[in-house]
Write a protein that binds this ligand. Structure first.
Ligand SMILES: [Zn+2]
Length: 474
């Protein structure tokens, strides 16, 4: 009788403890090894265009692509925690992620595989030697209007291929472990150079802010074999210049190829960081006897070496639960005056940009210009170990530095840009105040915007990151 009395509450307590441990997928607390309990799958697709294309990244190009230095690839990493929490990261050797491309892939992967929108992260490496993914007429004005049709065909094919790729990654899921680490690579340099007259020009500025961290997520099978390595870096993928017409993934393409050669059977996935004001140095035309392709190979080697170093540098287990949230911050444009746009129009030489500015002028006059941009911000939480913040567009490096500094908690923080949407530079209040390429002119000239962003952009975006982080870390 006495023993029964003792036994009963202990059993109830044990059952209650198991139940609470399992709720929210928190079985890891009791499992001993936090890094296990995962299922991971990975898949690769070659996405090199099969015909000459209009190329993305440099407005001065006046003809289609010719030849291939290295194939382009899209890759998908599907992760699932012990409670079924999922995330699929799609990385690709492309210039940007067009908003409607992501929407298409999210819609189709929801319908076919039951993947929720916030469980999908799509990142572009920002290579400037890939195809133009925008299909508006104006982006082919300079290189040749006949290049629009191949772009439309390629876009449709790419969207379908990415949907299949996500399915392939989900289908290859098997048990494994996750670990994270980081190392450093030094070739990224700030490119916002202050000039004596107070302007900011595009050029190497060694005294400006950088983020040389190379974050790494290691995925191992239950037999201990390396299956995938996801790595990041905050640097424009622009070792090649606008005089290059051969398709290739620039330094990030070479880095992935190097890693896949070093670790046979493993898939290397590159995720671009907050590279808005970062260029790889040296780059095209800077070293007399080194063509851009050699420099891109060298940067690729340096980045791959940093990843290998990270794999040997104090890997830490990554546990679940895996949770994610994706929301859009309403980031206002700076409302330009008619006189301001007229002034810029008078200086503009490129016909396609002049045409765009005339449209902006018309919108300002009749009051139809968009007031704000819906900026995608995704936060992914891996238990208490790792936080991945993925922002749209081209955030300057200060976002990476600030978010890593500010997010509370002990989890390692990884900040990516170029995710889920693109075609807009995200300056900080300081950068927007200074103007220059990322703070003013690129947003007005090169993309479909009614002007640059308002200086309140930084606080709105960072505020949203904090809000989403709190949602996942109550
Ligand atoms: Zn860019």
């Amino acid at each position: 009788m006495k023993t029964l009395w003792l036994e009963f509450p202990i059993r109830v307590l044990f059952a209650a403890a198991m139940l609470s441990a399992f709720r929210g997928g928190r079985l890891w607390a009791a499992s001993g090894d936090q890094a296990t309990g995962w299922r991971a799958g990975v898949a690769t697709a070659k996405i090199t265009p099969q015909e000459p294309m209009g190329m993305a990244g440099y407005a001065q190009r006046n003809r289609p692509s010719k030849g291939v230095i290295r194939d382009l690839f899209a890759k998908a990493l599907a992760l699932e925690d012990a409670a079924g929490g999922k995330l699929v990261i799609v990385t690709m050797d492309e210039h940007m992620v067009p908003h409607d491309l992501r929407e298409h892939v999210a819609r189709e992967t929801a319908a076919r595989y039951g993947l929720k929108s916030e469980e999908l992260l799509v990142n572009a490496s920002h290579t400037h030697c890939g195809p133009e993914l925008r299909t508006d007429d104006r982006f082919f004005d300079h290189a040749g209007k006949e290049l629009r049709e191949p772009a439309v065909r390629y876009r449709a094919w790419l969207e379908g291929r990415l949907v299949e790729l996500v399915g392939e990654a989900l289908n290859t899921r098997s048990t494994g472990r996750l670990e994270h680490s980081h190392a450093r690579a030094g070739f990224a340099m700030n490119r916002r150079r202050p000039e004596p007259d107070g302007r900011v020009s595009l050029g190497a500025y060694p005294s400006g802010p950088v983020d040389h961290e190379v974050p790494v997520l290691k995925v191992t099978s239950s037999q201990g074999k390396l299956r995938a390595v996801l790595f990041g870096y905050a640097c424009h993928n622009t070792t090649f210049g606008g005089d290059e017409y051969q398709i290739n993934g620039d330094y990030a393409g070479f880095a992935q190829a190097n890693l896949e050669a070093s670790y046979p059977g493993a898939t290397a996935l590159f995720i671009q960081g907050c590279a808005g004001d970062q260029d790889p140095y040296p780059r095209v035309n800077l070293v007399p006897d080194q063509p851009a392709v050699e420099l891109a190979r060298q940067h690729g080697r340096a980045l791959a070496n940093a990843v290998s170093t990270a794999l040997a540098a104090g890997l830490k287990p990554v546990g679940g639960p895996l949770t994610s949230v994706l929301r859009y911050a309403d980031v206002p444009y700076k409302m330009l005056t008619r006189a301001e746009v007229e002034g810029r129009l008078a200086q503009e030489k490129l016909p396609a940009v002049r045409e765009h500015m005339r449209k902006v002028l018309e919108q300002i006059v009749n009051g139809t210009a968009a007031k704000s941009y819906a900026w995608p911000i995704q936060v992914v939480q891996f238990g208490k170990d790792l936080t991945l913040v993925a922002m749209g567009g081209e955030p300057v490096v200060d976002y990476s530095l600030r978010i890593k500094r500010e997010l509370p908690g002990a989890a390692r923080v990884w900040v990516a840009g170029y995710s889920n949407d693109g075609y807009l530079y995200l300056g900080t209040g300081k950068v927007i105040g200074e103007g220059g390429y990322e703070g003013y002119s690129a947003n007005l000239r090169m993309m479909n915007n009614p002007g640059p962003l308002a200086s309140s952009a930084e606080e709105i975006v960072v505020g949203k990151v904090h809000e989403l982080w709190r949602r996942l870390n109550p």
